[in-house]
Design a protein around this ligand. Structure first.
Ligand SMILES: O=C(O)CCC(=O)C(=O)O
Ligand SMILES: [Fe+2]
Length: 223
């Protein structure tokens, strides 16, 4: 689908890529300025939003509204802003031609909505024939309560380790599960790993919104 012109976003020198959990979760604050956020929220009015559907077999329940547009232009603009930070990621981003998925998704979580625990999967981008490896979420809203993105860090919560679950419990060596919540601060960009290496994606969820409306822009970095 088409949407109006995406607002101009300026390059901001000297932002910091902060590791929240090495090799898994990173954030960049102030990726979008308050003025840019206002313009982007206005721009989302052009995106056709769909109401949530009941989860399919094996899918996590999500009660937010979603919309998407196919936009290589927006993906390229976001990539230009992100490029200076990609060499600091672990697992290393090895691609010679960095690329973001043109599938730009917008999520709108009204109060009391959520996205239950799940794992993101490497997804094929049919234009480039490349798989995704890092999830990118950019939080767009102020004045929220709740609505963080929470990760469960025990190694048994990595996608690939689920296969070994029965072996682990026999040994009686289950690790304590730690929960890390990334607050959905307006303008913050979150990167989290969901590629094949390093055990895959951590179990995570979008917490229930306790106050306000959470708007998020999602895309993915392609391997
Ligand atoms: O909205 C969030 O905080 C989480 C979104 C998410 O997990 C996803 O897009 O896969
Ligand atoms: Fe996810």
């Amino acid at each position: 689908m088409t949407a109006g012109r995406f607002p101009e976003i300026t390059v901001k020198p000297n932002l910091t890529l902060n590791p929240i959990l090495q090799s898994q979760i990173y954030v960049i604050d102030d990726f979008f300025s308050p003025t840019e956020l206002k313009a982007i929220l206005k721009w989302t009015e052009n995106v056709k939003m769909e109401n949530p559907k009941p989860p399919g077999k094996g899918e996590a329940e999500r009660t937010a509204r979603r919309g998407f547009i196919d936009s290589p232009e927006i993906a390229n603009k976001l990539l230009e802003l992100l490029l200076p930070y990609l060499n600091q990621l672990s697992p290393e981003y090895e691609s010679k031609i960095p690329l973001l998925s043109p599938n730009i998704r917008i999520y709108h979580y009204p109060i009391k909505t959520y996205f239950k625990c799940h794992y993101d999967s490497p997804t094929l981008d049919l234009n480039s024939n490349r798989l995704s490896c890092w999830t990118i979420l950019i939080y767009l809203s102020n004045n929220l309560k709740g609505g963080g993105t929470s990760f469960y860090t025990s190694s048994k919560n990595k996608r690939d380790s689920r296969k070994n679950k029965s072996k682990e419990s026999k040994k009686g060596e289950e690790e304590e599960e730690e929960k890390i919540t990334v607050e959905p601060k307006a303008g913050r960009l979150l990167l989290h790993w969901h590629g094949m290496k390093n055990g895959g994606c951590l179990k995570h969820e979008g917490d229930e919104i306790l106050k306000g409306d959470k708007w998020v822009l999602r895309t993915d970095l392609l391997a």
